[in-house]
Design a protein around this ligand. Sequence first.
Ligand code: TXA
Ligand code: MG
Length: 326
Amino acid sequence: MTLVLKSNKSGIARAATILQDGGLVAFGTETVYGLGGDATNADAVAAIFAAKARPHFNPLICHYPEADAAFRHVAADERARRLADALWPGPLTMILPRRADCPVALLASAGLDTLATRVPDHMVALALLRAVGRPVAGPSANRSGKISPTTARHVLDGLDGRIAAVLDSGPCPVGVESTVLDLTGRTAVLLRPGGTVVEAIETIIGPVARAASPTAAHLSGGLRSPGMLMSHYAPSLPVRLNAHIVEANEALLAFGPPLTGAAITFQLSASASPTEAAARLFDGLRQLDVQGQRAGFHGIAVMPVPDAGLGHAINDRLRRAAAPRD
Ligand code: TXA
Ligand code: MG
């Protein structure tokens, strides 16, 4: 049985003790719930992969309570320091070279000599990280290939009984994962669009290169970021993008004034706000998947979302949800 801990003082203290003892605790951040384990404990890191049933050892993001703590474990250059000053705490993950004395388990880096680091913008997560006193490795707290969780309920749907506890801090305000930026080369490379819009990064460090599209990378076999696998965030029902009509046997994921004729609709944002839509995206996909299957529907139709600002991250996740499954 997985314990559900309240996000008060004693719940946070309990979660910290479990983590220090090598147990797994899912915790809310501003983006999605993370599946936390002590990053300096290789057994705990291995247990994360087992709980998620991840087929490969994908490298994991390490969470820190502040930039100084992160930069004791990775080598931060001028760009990383400026980005941390401006955008941490926040939904930005920076890939940087591990320092020689970095205590984070090598398994968390999946054999790479780099480490993904981030400082989440969430009071409860920060309190937890301070209490643990060690970096916490945390992929999204879902079974591999499934939709990322934005509530404690979502976490339990996938992982109940597989992890020690979930620290319930309510729904995640941003709702899509962090932006992943590779700073190990001369040119900064966007590996995953996310909660920090790339324009905000470019204002601070200049032009950022876009990694080859996941499809292209997948085909060439040269994945820079193993998490860029094309089919990901997948509901059980097929997903059809850019729908301008809705068919009789489809549930509708609406953005703005909804298409007419859908028997089951989830509204991402009636006012067509990308920020509101991001926060509701994964919950909407889950709800339509459950309700659509119950109704015997054949798929989910998704209305177009403009590809600007957070819409970039939303469309990235929607394309993966709609991609052919392996
Ligand atoms: O918002 C988020 O980032 C959430 C919360 C919990 O912090 N975490 C998250 O973790 O989304 P995960 O494991 O689902 O995604 C991490 C991504 C993956 O695409 C992974 O391949 C990439 O970051 N990544 C991690 N370490 C890397 C590294 N050293 N080099 C390249 N990519 C890396
Ligand atoms: Mg994930």
